[in-house]
Every structure is written in structure tokens, then in C-alpha cells.
Design a protein around this ligand. Structure first.
Ligand code: HEM
Length: 127
């Protein structure tokens, strides 16, 4: 694959659409909503910056916030295996909803899956 995924899928507009579709699902997810702020505007803004650079676009996140240190930034939130799965299922639905084509959809989902696994920091809660 030559060039960046960012460019191939349609640049900033497509990343923004993806992130908006994703947080609309997060806001309605019973396991995820409680650990996120009610107003997701700022969260979405940062995620747009992050995913832009994650998929090979301009380094917007680092320019404003410095090194991502993503695992560290997630430590205050209890990220259990089932929350990781929930996050990924919202992302999978969002990728499908906004019609990202193959092979990009699968490549993006694989990269996000690896990063999500790295973010788990809490064993499953007892039910
Ligand atoms: C921030 C949850 C995975 C990127 C956050 C926040 C929560 C959260 C609760 C704080 C929101 C706020 O206060 O505004 C989760 C959960 C995940 C997950 C449950 C499941 C594994 C990921 C992954 C990525 C990611 C895989 C990147 C590919 C970010 C970014 C921020 C963030 C960039 C903003 C950090 C900042 O404050 O600068 N996440 N996250 N997250 N998350 Fe995640």
C-alpha cells in the first residue's frame, strides 16, 4: 500500500465523520457511556486529532497535546476486557456505517484492535 490510509480514505473529512459516528455509539452504550463525559465535544475533537496522525495524516494531536502516552492517559478509567470489546464494536459499526472500503477498513480495524488491547488496565468486574 503506498501513501497513507488517511489520504486513501478521504482525509480529514472522513476521519471527522468516523469519529462523530463512533461517539454517537459510545454515548448510547451502557458499558461505555458511564466512563465518558456527558458532553463528548472535547473528547471527539482530541480523537479526531489523534486518529488523523494515527492513520498517517498531519501530527495534529502531538502539536497540541505532546506525546500521546495513550495507556497512561487511560489509567484513570477502568478499562476491562468487556469495555475494550465494546469500544471495538462501536468502532467496527462506525467504520461500516460510513462506508470505508476494503482493504482500508480491515487494516484500520486491526491497528485499532492492537491499540485497544494495550489500553486494558482492569480485570473484568464481578457481576
Ligand atoms: C480518551 C476510553 C481505547 C484514544 C478516552 C477517555 C475515555 C476513553 C473514558 C476520556 C474521555 C475524556 O475525558 O474526554 C477508552 C476505552 C477504550 C479506549 C474504554 C477501550 C479499549 C482507545 C483507543 C484509542 C483511544 C484504542 C486510540 C486508537 C483516545 C484519545 C483520547 C481518549 C486520543 C483523548 C486523550 C486526551 O485526553 O488527550 N478514552 N478508550 N482510546 N482515548 Fe480512549
Amino acid at each position: 500500500m503506498t501513501g497513507s490510509i488517511y489520504e486513501a480514505i478521504g482525509g480529514q473529512e472522513k476521519i471527522d465523520t468516523l469519529v462523530d459516528a463512533f461517539y454517537a455509539k459510545v454515548a448510547n452504550h451502557s458499558e461505555l457511556a458511564p466512563i465518558f463525559p456527558v458532553d463528548l465535544t472535547e473528547t471527539a475533537r482530541k480523537q479526531k486529532q489523534f486518529l488523523t496522525q494515527f492513520f498517517g495524516g498531519p501530527a495534529l494531536y502531538i502539536e497540541e497535546h505532546g506525546h500521546p502516552m495513550l495507556r497512561r492517559r487511560h489509567m484513570e478509567f477502568p478499562i476491562t476486557p468487556s469495555r475494550k470489546d465494546a469500544w471495538l464494536s462501536c468502532m467496527k459499526e462506525a467504520l461500516e456505517e460510513i462506508s470505508i472500503e476494503e482493504p482500508y477498513k480491515s487494516v484500520m480495524f486491526e491497528r485499532l484492535t492492537l491499540t485497544a488491547q494495550h489500553m486494558m488496565n482492569t480485570p473484568e468486574e464481578q457481576k
